[in-house]
Each structure stands twice: as C-alpha cells, then as structure tokens.
Design a protein around this ligand. Sequence first.
Ligand SMILES: C[S@@+](CC[C@H](N)C(=O)[O-])C[C@H]1O[C@@H](n2cnc3c(N)ncnc32)[C@H](O)[C@@H]1O
Length: 208
Amino acid sequence: MQQTAAQLQHKPSPLLLCASPRELPEPSRIFENPNPIEIEIGCGKAKFLIARAQQHPEINFLGIDVVWKWMKYGVERSGKRGLTNIKYVKSDAREVIKYGIPSWSVSIFHIYFPDPWPKRRHRKRRLITGEFLKLLHSRLTNDGLIELATDHVDYFVQMQGAVVQSGLSWQRVEVTRNRRLFEALAKTNYELKYESAGRTLRYLELQK
Ligand SMILES: C[S@@+](CC[C@H](N)C(=O)[O-])C[C@H]1O[C@@H](n2cnc3c(N)ncnc32)[C@H](O)[C@@H]1O
C-alpha cells in the first residue's frame, strides 16, 4: 500500500527515550518553549491527560508511568491527534522527579488512583509518603498544586498522614468525597471504573 505525503512526513514521537531519568532534558528543551508544565504520575492510558492537553495548548504535559502496556495507549493516541504539548516517560516517577525535574518548575502534579498495595506487608511500596510529598513540593512553582485521588480509605488516611509528615506548611489542604476538586474535561480510566462500581472516591488537593 502506498503511503500518503502526510504519512511520510516525520512526526516526532510523544515518547521520550532516555537511558536514565538523569539524562532527561530540561522541560523547556523537551517542549522547545517556556510554557508552564503539569505532570501526571502513574498516567496509565492517559485519558485525563490527553483531554487536558487538547483543551490547553498553552500548557506542557508530561505523563510518567512504569508500565508500557498502559502507557502505550496514551503515546499512540497523542501521536494520532498530533499533540505537541504532551510527552511521556516510561520510568519510576520517583526517579524522574528526583533527577530529571528542576526545582520550582511544575505548576500541577496529578496523581490519580496510585496503586493502593492493600496487603499490610506491601504498604511500604505505596508512592505517597511524607518524603515523596517533600520532593514534589520542592519541584512545584509558587502556588503550585498536588491533586490526589483514591478509592482506598486506608491509603487516603495515609495520604493525609503524609501531609503532616512532610513537615511543610501548605497554603491550602482540601478534601472531598465523590466530588473532584480539580475540574476535568475527562476523568481517568480508574475514576470512571470505580465511579460506575459505586465506590466512594476521595480527593485531596494541596497548594504550595
Ligand atoms: C491504578 S493505576 C491508575 C492509572 C490512572 N492514574 C487512572 O486513574 O486511570 C496506577 C498506575 O500507576 C503506575 N505506577 C505505579 N507505580 C509507579 C511509579 N513508581 N512511577 C510511575 N508510575 C507508577 C502503574 O503502572 C499504573 O499505570
């Protein structure tokens, strides 16, 4: 089958390839502009992120996930839609944020339905800890936000504990049940799944 001129044109992939998070270029070099940056940690299939990137071409978006099986949906869909303000990194978000993201550079971290690790012996694997919130806080711009959601009540209590353990003074800490604090054009896949299963969804918003 013959390819069209558009198909033959070189389109840069939304997937960032780097051997290690330490080699990630500065966001302004990745996107070739100085626009604000938002990061989704554990973006999965990136339903929320793609809708937000389409709605806000003036903002740059970075999706991070460790599992290619999920992330590939976001990469493929963003490529098909020709979105230039969204990129993906397949890596542990803790490493990417620590070594690849400069201080005072991120306007919003979105973290929706991080793996709950319900077994007691696995709880230490949970992403949200006081230390991790400290790291995110250091990367946020002034007034920057961290948006969190979970359907897991025990993890939600731990998240609130982590806010205290972070030892930081947040401008605002807000919690809700079954009501998103951060307006979204599209909810995440897990949000839709859990919502239709009738689970209680808990949201937490932190402002630097
Ligand atoms: C339960 S899913 C939620 C996906 C998406 N946020 C949603 O709401 O539909 C959790 C996601 O976090 C990813 N994840 C887990 N640990 C991670 C880590 N350390 N760094 C980046 N992503 C991670 C998993 O691969 C998975 O895609």
